[in-house]
Design a protein around this ligand. Structure first.
Ligand SMILES: Nc1ncnc2c1ncn2[C@@H]1O[C@H](COP(=O)(O)OP(=O)(O)OP(=O)(O)O)[C@@H](O)[C@H]1O
Length: 338
């Protein structure tokens, strides 16, 4: 069975002498998967989606949707796909429901089926109350939902979302993420582009990290972060001594704590770090210890607390942090994503 999306050695050059915007990209997307292309501005994500959605021609390489070549068979490819662009392009002269119905008619969906699908999608997107409203009166989040509902009216098998959360408030973003998961449950394949690593981590079954038109890594968010050296960090904030002990004594005590933490079974390394909380004298007096592990951190937490208690150190905060996709990007490129 063919993949939902196949991209092979895709190259796109906007000008003959300009560097390639997409530079030999290859990946596949499975049926029913939420797949994310994650990368900074200018990485080539929108260009890749542009070729896949027949909006632009590639310089070389091949793109297939469910086995259909998008360059050789663009009309057939268009029936299989829907795209939600970065900027909403609703028809301002129509109301919400009419936007959906017109789109379906354009795609040859019969009358009864159009009406049925519009009602179902308005409900799915939480827009039933806005069905008769002119689109210019909608909020940004509502308009985004109408664009998605409209895109789904011809029952595409793969939905492309270009930076779907840009400009959305946190509540609308959450709503959108729920709906995208629901679409996956219904068997729709979703390909989204984002430069938001939290979005990619939350939503995507697999993520392809792109930079300068090239694929740097591709895997599940979990596998990408777990492959990083360093593993999970456990941070313990400890109350300062009162009255403050001599500097030398305090340093010796801290070194003992660090050594004991580093010796715990499952610990990869330990160190003393700068205090992480607040400002002022109390915070300045706080001390912070960090331990890195590749094991389940919850198993280590009781041991960490025991080490602190053994040294008379009173914990005031304890937290764990798994590496993020941001850390993966930094390790791959040496720069931050944003
Ligand atoms: N129409 C165009 N003409 C010339 N160059 C273009 C055009 N569109 C994009 N580019 C260039 O191609 C490269 C990739 O751009 P693209 O928009 O695909 O990246 P992106 O990863 O989607 O970034 P963003 O998140 O900013 O949309 C960039 O260097 C961009 O300047």
């Amino acid at each position: 069975m063919s993949h939902a999306v196949t991209v092979s050695e895709l190259v796109k050059r906007y000008h003959p002498h300009a560097p390639a915007a997409v530079d030999g990209l290859s990946f596949t997307v499975e049926r029913g998967e939420v797949f994310g292309l994650l990368g900074p501005n200018g990485a080539g994500k929108s260009t890749t989606v542009g070729v896949l959605t027949t909006r632009m021609l590639p310089t070389s390489g091949r793109c297939l949707l469910f086995g259909t070549d998008v360059v050789a068979r663009p009309a057939r490819a268009k029936r299989l796909l829907a795209v939600v662009p970065q900027r909403q392009n609703l028809d301002r002269s129509l109301d919400v429901r009419q936007n959906l119905l017109f789109h379906a008619r354009y795609h040859g969906v019969g009358r009864d089926e159009r009406v049925r699908r519009a009602a179902e999608l308005l409900d799915l997107m939480g827009l039933t109350d806005q069905a008769g409203q002119r689109v210019e009166r909608l909020s940004g989040g509502q308009a985004q939902r109408v664009v998605i509902a409209r895109a789904l009216m011809h029952a595409p098998r793969v939905l492309f979302l270009d930076e779907p959360s840009t400009g959305l408030d946190p509540q609308s973003r959450l709503f959108l993420h729920h709906r995208i998961r629901e679409l996956r449950e219904r068997g729709v394949t979703v390909v989204l582009t984002t430069h938001d690593m939290e979005e990619a981590e939350d939503l995507c079954d697999r993520v392809g990290i792109v930079d300068h038109g090239r694929l740097l890594a591709l895997d599940t968010p979990r596998a990408l972060t777990e492959a990083l050296p360093g593993g999970t960090t456990i941070t313990a904030q400890v109350r300062g001594t009162d009255p403050p002990t001599e500097k030398a004594e305090e340093a010796a005590e801290a070194a003992e704590i660090v050594a004991a933490l580093a010796e715990l079974p499952g610990a990869d390394s330990a160190e003393q770090g700068p205090p992480a909380r607040g400002t002022g004298a109390a915070a300045a007096a706080e001390r912070c210890f960090r331990l890195r592990t590749h094991k389940d951190p919850s198993v280590l937490l009781p041991d960490v607390l025991r080490v602190l208690a053994d040294h008379g150190a009173e914990p005031v905060g304890l937290s764990t942090a798994r590496p993020s996709l941001q850390d993966v990007f930094i390790s791959l490129t040496g720069r931050e994503l944003r």
